[in-house]
Design a protein around this ligand. Structure first.
Ligand SMILES: [Zn+2]
Length: 331
């Protein structure tokens, strides 16, 4: 549970990706282990769930097999006991999840906390008419701003390539997903300010150079929060409670994952998968080419549970529900 919480924080606090922590069902747990916990994410573009990371309680099954024993905590004179083992992992798929959740048609959108560079300084306003002196002044101002930002602990880069126009550079850095670009030209220098442009929503704000060391970190914090909240809103609105089977497939086809009351019986989970595989029922939906007819499987049984109604039955079979479990098409 300790490691799972670290994984939740990696996703939510660094990658700005909301996740639902919970327990895996018997079908989906680490085979041979006692139980498996996971954090589950959601990809809005496809409406599919994705397992973010797992943490397993293996119990003593494997330590018995491999004869891994420890001193008995009740005393050295007592027989040795088999070790309780854990196993946990988070992988490079976390980067893929982050890319799929935040990026747009212009390219990557990288949250400030994990972006290699948080800011790029780009000189603007240099034309064929600009004198050598003026040009040097612009470049010197950019370099001094860059130095100031680096000293303030902001991960900063710059783009002084002369064979590309500012517009080309803007698109290029948007493609790479840098959180903020700073445009500095003759007018800005005269005003003692710089124009900051956000990657996430394109908003432009003029910042006084004298205040840049406090205003820019605030802006980066705001971008980090906005990315998380936008993704959370999508996940929250597409995590739908469905109590009756008649609504299940329809809701699933609307790019949702489903919280359903469930009996916890492994065969019932197999049936949910079979029954929710896409059939040609004439319903219009956007075809996900990689998973055109995939059925829903359980993602996890969330720790945070909606309250079961008294006498609530399983969403599919007639057995009593034991909890709400999250189902969805998934990666
Ligand atoms: Zn059931």
């Amino acid at each position: 549970m300790y490691i799972l919480e670290l994984y939740r924080r990696v996703y939510e606090e660094l990658l700005a990706v909301p996740v639902v922590p919970g327990t895996k069902t018997e079908n989906e747990k680490f085979a041979g282990g006692k139980y498996t916990t996971s954090v589950e994410g959601y990809i809005p573009a496809t409406g599919r769930g994705i397992q973010g990371a797992t943490s397993h309680h293996l119990g003593q099954n494997f330590s018995k097999m491999f004869q891994i024993s420890v001193e008995n905590p009740e005393g050295k004179d007592k027989p040795k006991v088999f070790a309780n083992q854990t196993s946990w992992g988070i992988s490079t798929r976390s980067i893929g999840v982050m890319v799929m959740i935040h990026s747009d048609n212009k390219g990557l959108v990288i949250p400030p906390k994990v972006s290699q560079f948080q800011v790029v300084v780009i000189p603007v306003g240099v034309t064929a008419k600009t004198s050598k002196e003026e040009k040097e002044n612009i470049y010197e101002s950019c370099k001094s701003l860059e130095k100031q930002l680096k000293e303030a602990g902001i991960r900063t880069t710059s783009d002084y390539r002369e064979n590309y126009s500012p517009g080309w550079k803007f698109s290029n850095w948007e493609l790479k997903g840098l959180p903020v670009r700073l445009e500095l030209g003759p007018k800005d220098i005269a005003n003692g300010s710089v124009l900051a442009v956000r990657r996430d929503n394109g908003a432009k704000v003029s910042i006084k150079l004298s205040e840049i060391e406090t205003k820019l970190p605030e802006l980066l914090d705001d971008i980090q929060k906005s990315l998380f909240l936008a993704a959370k809103k999508k996940f929250d609105t597409h995590r739908v409670i469905v109590d009756e089977w008649k609504d299940f497939v329809h809701v699933l086809n609307q790019k949702n994952v489903i919280l359903a009351p469930w009996c916890g019986v492994p065969e019932c989970e197999d049936n949910i998968k079979k029954e929710s595989a896409r059939k040609d029922d004439g319903e219009e939906f956007e075809v996900d080419e990689k998973a055109p007819s995939m059925g829903a499987k359980s993602l996890c049984t969330p720790f945070e549970q909606p309250k079961l109604k008294p006498g609530q039955k399983c969403v599919l079979c007639d057995k009593p529900a034991v909890n709400y479990t999250l189902f969805g098409r998934s990666y």
